[in-house]
Design a protein. Sequence first.
Length: 302
Amino acid sequence: ASTLGAAAAEKGRYFGAAVAANHLGESQYASTLNTEFNSVTPENEMKWDAVESSRNSFNFGAADQIVNHAQSRGMKVRGHTLVWHSQLPGWVSGLGTSDLRSAMNNHITTVMQHYKGKIHSWDVVNEAYQDGNSGARRSSPFQDKLGNGFIEEAFRTARAADPNAKLCYNDYNTDGQNAKSNAVYNMVKDFKARGVPIDCVGFQSHFNSNSPVPSDYQQNLQRFADLGVDVQITELDIEGSGTAQADNYRRVVQACLAVSRCTGITVWGVTDKYSWRASGTPLLFDSNYNKKPAYNAVLTAL
Ligand code: XIL
């Protein structure tokens, strides 16, 4: 196959990109997206501050634009994200415990029902664990007020809201085996043992020289898959350039293909022009939409 999406589809997988609604009108952006990718993730448009900036007043305009763009072209959509400490409006942080609980459940239910049947996988909870060796939860309004049970509650609410969407836990620095990924692993294992609904784990995979592709990346994906969940590479970008960058991208693709439950890869942007890593060049197309060596490495590996 001659495009990323078609090549991934031949392997039973999707190949997606994070997309910003305000770039869809740029013709090179749209044509690169439409030609190469068969899944999209709204980069910011489904986050809490975008859809519910004031309590129980929902605005789906920008997210709908992306979902409609994708649906009319037969692309899948990943939902990102329902419960996260970041890009969270101030009114949520200010709530007391019982209001926070009902606001969280109302948010999950309203957003998921709006998109019911249109989202293949939802990042229900994003980045709930700390970095470092503690394996502890990260402080957040949800953690601090609702306690450890907030993740389970969010997943149960999500299952009820759209029973056909895959429900994912998503995080970064969990790509190799370490204290943080062990903590997530133990949570997933516990959820599976107790029948708490969870279908997939997302590995963000933001890599750079301080945080390279781990040598045990594939092994780590496999141990999660062995718990009975799908695994997805959800926000891939790799700082660098040329052959070194291409080699790292190849390793990521090979790792996913080697794990039968690794169902798809999403890169965190279409082009270096709009990468959130403003100083870097971490994506597959350069800022003029030319294919980089990393693009060729990915297409060849798929
Ligand atoms: C980033 C977006 O790319 C930026 O545009 C925004 O300013 C901040 O968030 N982990 C996540 C993503 O789960 O939602 C983040 O996206 C990158 C890190």
